[in-house]
Design a protein around this ligand. Structure first.
Ligand code: IMP
Ligand code: MG
Length: 174
């Protein structure tokens, strides 16, 4: 745990909830005549994905992928591995990958490539947070909750060390 540091809230529980509802509405329109499969990347997106799927008014399948990246724990390297794969057959279906944050973009680049090999009809990406200034690959999410500057954030599924994923708002340390 981080000691002697003050929290600064970036997005409150209410702000997050409002934005997730908006995204849910938008995605329900976009995918209304499609065969939607939400793929949540573990572990960071479990809270966001759980909230988002409950704001969809259309049929949806939900599955999960776990990735790992070697290197510093809070930052992904280019060496992203799929450590737990889908169970759903996504051939011909419309995939929406849901993640907590796009930072370098290495994770999502790897996951998109991995899923394209399974011949879905389409693959799009929705992230709660985007840090475009940190990007190392040529990729941007199709749907974004909030775009943020280069600050390390925690809460709402995002961790620091082994903690803070359960905190219901998004904050940084001052
Ligand atoms: P990328 O592969 O660099 O885009 O990194 C994606 C992963 O790094 C995210 O899914 C998070 O798990 C982690 N990450 C990136 N930035 C932050 C942050 O500010 N706080 C906590 N985790 C982060
Ligand atoms: Mg992650």
């Amino acid at each position: 745990m981080v000691e002697n540091k003050r929290e600064k809230t970036l997005f409150t529980r209410e702000e997050i909830s409002t934005r997730v509802k908006e995204l849910g509405k938008e995605l329900s329109q976009v995918y209304k005549d499609k065969d939607l499969v939400i793929i949540s990347l573990l572990r960071g997106s479990f809270i966001f994905a759980a909230d988002l799927v409950r704001e969809l008014s259309i049929p949806v399948e939900v599955d999960f992928i776990t990735t790992s990246s070697y290197g510093h724990a809070e930052e992904s390297s280019g060496n992203v591995k799929i450590v737990h794969d889908l169970r759903t057959n996504i051939e011909g279906k419309d995939v929406l990958i849901v993640d907590d944050i796009m930072d370098s973009g290495f994770t999502l680049e790897k996951v998109i490539e991995h899923l394209q090999n399974k011949n879905p009809n389409s693959v799009e990406v929705c992230v709660m947070l985007d840090k475009p200034s940190r990007r190392k690959v040529n990729l941007s999410p199709n749907y974004i909750g909030f775009s943020i500057p280069d600050v390390f954030i925690v809460g709402y599924g995002l961790n620091y060390g082994d903690h803070y994923r359960n905190i219901p708002y998004i904050f940084t340390f001052e």
